[in-house]
Write a protein that binds this ligand. Sequence first.
Ligand SMILES: *Cc1c(COP(=O)(O)O)cnc(C)c1O
Length: 413
Amino acid sequence: MTESKKYGFTTTTLHSDRQKTIEHGSLHKPIHTSVTFGYNDARELATVFQGKQSGYRYGRQGNPTVSALEDKINKMEEGLGTICFATGMAAIGAVTQALLREGDHVVSSAFLFGNTNSLWQTVGIQGIDVSMVDATDVKNVEAAITPATRIVFVETIANPRTQVADLARIGKLCAERGIVYIVDNTMTSPYLFKPKTVNASIVINSLTKSIGGHGNALGGSLTDTGLFDWSRFPNILETYKRNPAPQWALAQIRAKALRDFGGSLGPEAAHHLAVGSETMALRMDRECKNALAVTQMLEADPRVAAVYYPGLTSHPQHAISTELFRAYGSLFSFELKDGIDCFDYLNRLKLGVSASNLGDTRTLVIPVSHTIFYEMGAERRASMGIAESLIRVSIGIEDTDDLVEDFRQALDA
Ligand SMILES: *Cc1c(COP(=O)(O)O)cnc(C)c1O
């Protein structure tokens, strides 16, 4: 398989490791557990440390098994380079650690993964100002931009209410203003959507979710798409300007975030995630089909008050989702009519497991306001459109009819 030929998503992912030397003919990239890497010539060790030759030195900064996964993710996102982290949050944290300084300003979508919302509060008390806006309309993003704005941050489909950001128009705006555009692609995955096509500068993926897909390993990634001109960015330190400008941000993030904060992905987790990624497209096809079937059933049932899924024609961003995404994802949420207790409903499900996490092969359900969005309080929840009875569903790869029947029978009190 040569780099020049353009293969489909799954073919490329499956054969990614074979583009480098295959160790002992091993079809899986071996799990390298060595923390350190020795050299016969001490001078070579020095050239690796000085960045004049590529190579491994200490596991916190890089590991061959993790590098192989970085290559896979990078191919999926068609990026310039990708860095893996211990979790998705470590990848998002890397952005704040490596690219932002006191006095900088961030414009973020207000419809956010709960822990990212909490991270913005953390950096807020450290002197970085974050404006939260409704990013379903580019006008709100534009109005919030100040001369100090360094980053615009959005999710593709917001978790849990499934609002879809005005992705393409925000990308155009950021390009015009020279602002770094960061897209958290976790909810769509690079199979359903490539943020590079809407001019994203950096793409975040929680590998824990659809990419790993089996709920057996945590991981995160950050991909530089190569579209941003880092020579226009004021926060790159002189030390990381030795190579051409396209490499600056990756060099600074690998050193200032991965090395200095140490949120490194372990080789065993990288192996699990790499194996999981081989079937991502197959799993997502099934999950998207399942999500559409279950949401259509729920929407037609009079006992359900509201269903949020971009695949439904009733969804406010259905048209833009159809334009941008291959399909509408594995996550939806819904509200029951008054009189049906959300806990009782969840307890009547036989297949949907009450658990956090998403993008698992199994269907997972969670009462949002009482769990993952509990800490932020009722006022902030209300501002994000999250009802107290909202149920979030991460649909799995179970047989479609089994899931439709499970979610239907649980409505019968
Ligand atoms: C889960 C998730 C994260 C964080 O990923 P972890 O691997 O759990 O740290 C970030 N963003 C989104 C949209 C997520 O769903």
